[in-house]
Design a protein around this ligand. Sequence first.
Ligand SMILES: Nc1nc2c(ncn2[C@@H]2O[C@H](COP(=O)(O)OP(=O)(O)OP(=O)(O)O)[C@@H](O)[C@H]2O)c(=O)[nH]1
Length: 426
Amino acid sequence: MACDISMTEGPAPSQGAYIPRSVIDHMNPFFFQSHGHAHAHNHNHYRHHHGNTHGRHQSYLDTTTPTSSQSKKTDDAAATFLQTPVPRRPSVQIDNPSSSITTTTTTVTTTTVPATVSATPASYNNTPPATPPLAQDPSKLITDVVAWCTARARIPTPDGSEYFLHIYENSKDKKEHLAFVFGDAIRSKSLDKVQWNETEMDRVKRGAYTGRLRNTVSEELQKGGAITAPLSTGSVETIAPMIPLARLHSECFTGEIGHSARCDCGEQLDEAIRLMKVEGSGVVVYLRQEGRGIGLAEKLKAYNLQDLGYDTVMANLMLNHGADERTYEVAQAILVDLGLNQIRLLTNNPDKIEQIEKGSQIKVVERVAMMPKSWEALELGMEAEFEVKEGAVENKIVKGKELDKYLKVKVERMRHLIPIPSNMTV
Ligand SMILES: Nc1nc2c(ncn2[C@@H]2O[C@H](COP(=O)(O)OP(=O)(O)OP(=O)(O)O)[C@@H](O)[C@H]2O)c(=O)[nH]1
């Protein structure tokens, strides 16, 4: 099923703006109203495609360059266009991956934006509404936390695939949570919504475009000249798997950046990204809940206790923390904003499944296990072939006694759903 995302009246939360509680109380995910509109094609399989290499992109690179006599006209038109507040838009059609039909084909409409860079502030020719936008249907309020995307940009990766990084603000905390979005079909409703008095260039800057941006910045422009060529954001035809992969990943500075072999967090993040690249679709919601919610300094204290022999649960308790202080309302709000009501969740942790479904419309239709690479190798008796040398962390694949102990405690004391290798010695 595809759905029309209709632009409701009233402004979206503006970038970087603090929204008072009184306003937030009137907002819910249905603020970004959507209604179903079937556009489904009944292909009974997942389409696996690889990043942007699946060849379904239409040609969006407009290579037309105006002649010099056309240039002045184009510049004037572009300047006017880009400084004019964007009108409320007609429906933008996107995929709804929660569809019960396996594959959906959607054509995202083309947006052509003549480019110019102007220091002139946008003219204010419409007035903001006096009252904040009200929830469409308060009875359908699924969580009182709302999240909105303030910026999005394309991130190319070394193997040629790419994803769009989304930055989120929310009504619960002041942290910048992230979403790594793979595939063109998954769109943020809050990002796409037209903001009050914004120009097309404003939208391009915050990433509210479809397709890919075209490089129009000439040497002349770098030096301060005017753009003469049109900037086209193009169009893209997307095919979305019915139910995308999702990972709710909690920040781990030590495991992801610090090459720590105490945990498998870096390996898990890499593996989630790899799987989403292969499927050409999916979302990693990256939550700023370092140390299972206790923060980095407290996690380091817990590590010192672990060096004395206490396990990861006991160490938290000795520091007067819960074993796991994480909650997932912000993740719920981000998934709702991305239109993901059904997900295949990459996790070993049953608590994540219970919490993400709790009080929400979100359904985990499948749990996809994240088997630690070193345990996989151990179970298969392939340790000798396991490419990571003892003590080394390559491509964030980790192994070692400390990791084994940490993972075993998660299975035995935190209900993690992975089998302990039968031949493990720790
Ligand atoms: N307090 C504490 N936190 C830790 C320790 N080791 C890792 N972490 C944190 O644990 C969290 C692990 O996050 P995730 O990998 O998303 O979650 P998980 O509970 O392991 O569940 P899945 O990976 O989904 O199976 C991160 O926030 C890490 O910083 C530790 O020894 N003590």
